[in-house]
Ligand binder design. Sequence first.
Ligand SMILES: Cc1cc2nc3c(=O)[nH]c(=O)nc-3n(C[C@H](O)[C@H](O)[C@H](O)COP(=O)(O)O)c2cc1C
Length: 207
Amino acid sequence: MKVLYINANPRNKKSVSEEIADTFIEELKQAQGDVEVDYAHLYEMKLQEIDEDVLASWGKHRSGEPFTETEKEKVKAMDDVLDQFLSADLYVFVTPFWNLLFPPRLKTYIDSLCIPGKTFRYTAEGQEGLVEGKRAVHIEAVGGVYKGTGLNFSEDYLREIMRFLGIKEYDSVICEGMSQYPDMADKILEESKAEAKELANKLARME
Ligand SMILES: Cc1cc2nc3c(=O)[nH]c(=O)nc-3n(C[C@H](O)[C@H](O)[C@H](O)COP(=O)(O)O)c2cc1C
């Protein structure tokens, strides 16, 4: 199983979401054996935003006009991100919760994945995801507690954008409340790690 660990944490010091994600990966390796982990560190890698050049290149792709050198470079940066993504079987998105969403670099990353004709297409019946046979896991640390409020937009968005690409097998471990309830922080973290281990064992059994 090839895992892609997509880390949206800018910190050097180990964050809560990374600590839980590392527990998940370790457990998966123990339970499954044949696990290869590749990394996409969103604050260390080159990520290309959709800008004027990128939009121009998409227009030229349709019309057959040649790209400028700058357009070629930017399109290649986005293609490299997508190629790495498509080479994995299981995606582990590791995010802190910031201002009701995940960090903005993850949105830029996702913009490299949503490419018509490659990862989704429009049909007469509507949009259809083309990424088949993959699973996604979202591991997130949230300072407060939002479960049931509809305010965790990061979790809802990530699940829906995965579905948009055709990835319907989706699980999450959302560690909530360590900042809101500091006295219970250790217990909350241990419970989330236990949940991550359980999920790793469930996925290993399904392989
Ligand atoms: C820039 C920033 C924005 C944050 N926004 C929220 C928020 O909207 N709601 C919340 O409950 N916690 C918020 N927090 C707290 C984090 O969710 C919490 O510290 C969490 O543990 C971060 O994950 P990490 O430890 O993996 O970095 C924010 C923290 C930072 C640094």
